[in-house]
Ligand binder design. Structure first.
Ligand code: FAD
Ligand code: AMP
Length: 481
């Protein structure tokens, strides 16, 4: 007899594992199918995010940041850090340990919540039947009341730069370099390309980023993007815009990268090349022809606002469906679907999903950019405030960047907040709360923020929307009686 469950989740990334835990917490007999095995050949939970994405990249960003701070900033604080050195193998090993601990933590959560972890591959047929092929053993049928698809995404490969050994690599390979490449090429100035480029640039690589588009980070507010680009260039990153890679050749352990830009055909030679040209939904071998589940024109599983796919009782979440490819978006969709299955009617506010780029300076935003407000025809007002005017930023010796608000000029409602600077990734949570609660600029203006904190910049930028910022010099014309 086929095993049967109330809920079967396929994929144990931040979308799938959260959905499985939530479903189990809501009282459903739940299983989660995951095929990933780690370098030691053991089954691994946590998906892209924990194994080869968010967490390992942040581990290396933090290590390399500590190094560059010690090298370039400590002297200002009166700290002598001469003869500074680092060990890449140890750094990468520390990252591997974090991954190991976190993925084991998810296994612990599965156990505590009585989620059955089925190690192997899942494929969906009609009538909520799943063909489960274990990593070891014979295929078997599993019957589910509800199915949640959470199989994530994979890096896009381009024929002009196919992966080769450990020389032309994707983001996963770039997290595992065992030595600092002298010259490092990065194709794509997206979030992943800039974050990984930053890691190796801080550790001493000459980094050349080739980006086909003329616009830097088109999803980011233009003013913010300019600030980021200026700072990355200052750090030594050579960012070449309008540079479309047309070919690569690996010879004697080096890569010749050919690209075209406005000046014509160009080339550059590097020791390693990271291909970071985006990710695509991963649905390989997931859907049997009779599944009744449809993809949209871009290859994502077609779902409605509550993540219901076209077959009854089947849901899809995370990177395999429309919306930003972000771990926290996947998690919230996972929780939402478990709630839907239990008979609730939750909603996810896609306008209040924050995004972060973990470069130096960090960039974080939520809601509309100025360009989006403009093109939507919104009558908006903006307010900005620089880190340079914050005592806390001066104390930290990091005064780069600014806070920016986009607010509705008629209703005063906060539409978007953009931060480029120290701890932007943490401060943005305040903007998420403001947008979720439909805060007006005035609401934020009337609140008290602790001093001295970086969050005071968030407050001052809200005040600046109406020309009321305190800690910034502004010429005023005094009205005389
Ligand atoms: P995934 O995490 O991709 O998990 C899907 C899982 O399903 C995989 O483990 C896969 O093995 C499994 N699977 C697939 N098909 C099957 C099948 N048929 N049967 C069984 N199992 C299957 N996002 C952020 O929010 N913040 C960040 O800082 C961030 N940094 C990133 C850095 C890098 C280098 C990368 C690559 C990504 C980063 N992301 C970040 C994106 C984030 O990792 C993804 O958005 C997130 O992992 C998507 O979650 P998911 O649950 O949809 O899928
Ligand atoms: P993202 O999707 O945000 O990770 O960004 C990937 C970036 O790679 C996009 O900005 C693309 O324009 C860029 N890109 C894609 N193909 C090429 C190519 N052949 N040469 C240079 N850049 C590319």
């Amino acid at each position: 007899m086929a095993q049967s469950f109330d809920v079967v989740v396929i994929g144990a990334g931040p979308g799938g594992y959260a959905a499985a835990i939530k479903a189990a917490q809501l009282g459903f007999k739940t299983a989660c199918i995951e095929k990933r095995v780690n370098a030691g050949g053991k089954g691994a939970l946590g998906g892209t995010c924990l194994n080869v994405g968010c967490v390992p990249s942040k581990a290396l960003l933090d290590s390399s940041h500590k190094y560059i701070e010690a090298k370039e900033e400590f002297a200002v604080h009166g700290i002598n850090a001469e003869n500074l050195d680092f060990d890449v193998t140890k750094m990468v090993g520390r990252k591997d340990n974090i991954v190991k601990n976190l993925t084991a933590g998810i296994a612990g959560l599965f156990k505590a919540n009585k989620v059955t972890w089925l190690q192997g591959h899942g494929r969906v047929h009609a009538n909520k039947r799943i063909e489960f092929t274990p990593n070891e053993g014979e295929a078997e049928d599993i019957q589910a009341e509800h199915i949640i698809l959470a199989t994530g995404s994979e890096p896009i490969e381009i024929p002009v730069a196919m992966l080769q050994d450990d020389i032309i690599v994707d983001s996963t390979g770039a997290l595992d370099f065992q030595a600092v490449p002298k010259r490092l090429g990065v194709i794509g100035a997206g979030v992943i390309g800039l974050e990984l480029g930053s890691v190796w640039s801080r550790l001493g690589s000459e980094v050349i980023v080739l980006e086909a588009l003329d616009t830097f980070m088109p999803m980011v507010d233009v003013q913010v993007g300019k600030e980021l680009k200026k700072n990355l260039k200052k750090q030594g990153m050579d960012i070449r815009m309008g540079a479309r890679v047309t070919g690569t050749k690996v010879e004697s352990g080096e890569v010749l990268v050919e690209y075209s830009d406005t000046k014509g055909e160009q080339s550059v030679v590097v020791d390693k090349l990271i291909v970071a040209v985006g990710r695509r939904p991963y649905t390989e071998s997931l859907l049997a022809p009779d599944s009744g589940i449809n993809l949209d024109e871009r290859g994502f599983i077609h779902v409605n606002a509550q993540c219901q796919a076209d077959a009854p009782g089947v849901y899809a979440i995370g990177d395999i469906v429309r919306g930003p490819m972000l771990a926290h978006k996947a998690t919230e969709e996972g929780v939402l679907v478990a709630e839907v299955i239990s008979g609730h009617n939750p909603e996810l506010n896609y306008d209040a999903i924050p995004a972060v780029v973990y470069t130096t300076p960090e960039v974080a935003w939520v809601g509309m950019s100025e360009e989006e407000a403009k093109s939507a025809g919104v009558n908006y007002k903006t307010g900005t405030f620089p880190y340079a005017a914050l005592g806390r930023a001066m104390a930290a010796n990091d005064t780069t960047g600014f806070f920016k608000f986009i607010c509705d000029a008629e209703t005063d409602r906060v539409l978007g907040v953009h931060i480029v600077g120290l701890q932007a990734s943490e401060i943005i949570a305040q903007a998420v709360i403001a947008i979720e609660f439909g805060a007006s600029t005035e609401d934020l203006q009337l609140m008290t923020f602790a001093h001295p904190t970086l969050s005071e910049g968030f407050h001052e930028a809200a005040l600046a929307v109406d020309g009321k910022a305190i800690h910034i010099a502004k010429k005023i014309s005094r009205k005389r009686k």
